[in-house]
Design a protein around this ligand. Sequence first.
Ligand code: TYD
Ligand code: MG
Length: 457
Amino acid sequence: MSKIRKAFFCGNCGFESAKWLGKCTSCNEWNTFTEEILQKPTKQEEKSAVWKDDSKIRNRPKELHSVVTENRLRIITPDGELNRVLGGGIVKGSLILIGGQPGIGKSTLLLQFATRTDQKVLYISGEESEEQIKMRADRVGIKNRNSYIYAETNINTILKAAKQLEPGVIIVDSIQTISSPFLDSTPGSVSQVRECTGELQRFAKETNIPIFVIGHITKDGSIAGPKLLEHIVDVVLQFEGDRNYSYRILRTLKNRFGSTDEIGIYAMDHTGLREVENPSELLISQNNEILSGSAIAASIEGLRPLMIETQALVTPAIYGTPQRSATGFDLRRLSMLLAVLEKRCGLAFGQNDVFLNMAGGLKVSDPSIDLAIVAALISSLEDISVHKNICFAGEVGLSGEIRPVSRVDQRVQEAARLGFEVIFVSKYNYKDEPSYDLPIEVKTISKIDDLLREVFS
Ligand code: TYD
Ligand code: MG
């Protein structure tokens, strides 16, 4: 019936080639091709156009308006942050992929869900033994007496067991460890990952049971296995953070049932992951001493306002070439800001080492923190501290202009809520003078020179 066919696949993007290639012609990655065995129908079967056969089919096209949607379509989890990133709970029959670096807390996050929800949960583990998981579950506390653990890696056995158990939610930890006996390649290979995910997707859609799938990520940060894994699933979540700090951010990269703007914030402690409702309060250092080189940014992550402390240290370079180093911020953007300060304001950073740090080990990509960074840099260079009750929100352009930022009202409100007395924002954010009924003074500036005059004179 079927004959064995071999092909080579790029481990990065899933590109298929008949022969081995050193460099992938699709994604330009080097040394990513591996040989895999496929089974395909013979030519004869392919040619006898199946659609000409008039026999009845079970699944027919339906009129869109006549499709009934169930009332209780979403399962609300006890984890508020998880509900938020999923767009208001788990949609029945959806396949959700969670990616993240090893040790970041993916297993902990889903185990916590399994032990706290009121659903019947089947937790499939191909990585850890039942005892290991029990030990961890004891640590985070088992409240749900209806969660099941299953150490198995064969996809067919898993789905059979799942069908008999009829759980409300299935968790697969991780996709790289399970395999289909119909394929010859090793678990974690492109064809195995693709086959197993496809199988899980079919199962989820047919039984209406939502499935969480944990996926490892490669060192450059993309989800391991082919990119097409992300196309197969309904939701892609990314769990990120610095392992040396306790904060973790759960981001939505793709969501077929909601927006991708939401983020969830957690803190990891000895009893597992804890939801953080007021992240700003944690990210601002609590010492009352006023030191130079620190400024607070009113930033936005996803849809949530977040006050972040930025710290800069500018010291004379002793060894030849001055160093520039940034943690949690793009180094090229730091170089650009330094160039702007040098050229537009005549501040001499050229002979100085510059170190920049975001509090809490966060990676920040919101351009509105530019203004706080500039303030921190000037503060450290001139050794003049920025008062603790001031915060900033503005993007800095190449000519030294302060550019407007999105959701400015939300930033001002958050700053006022946390007791800041002054916030600097771009003049271009407002047509008229800003007016808020809040105990905060909103100062608008249009150039870095204004900042120098208002804060550092
Ligand atoms: P884990 O969920 O195993 O990560 P992943 O599945 O993403 O690889 O998380 C493991 C880390 O979390 C481990 O290094 C220890 C830490 N941790 C705690 O700090 N407290 C806890 O209660 C638990 C369960 C884990
Ligand atoms: Mg794990």
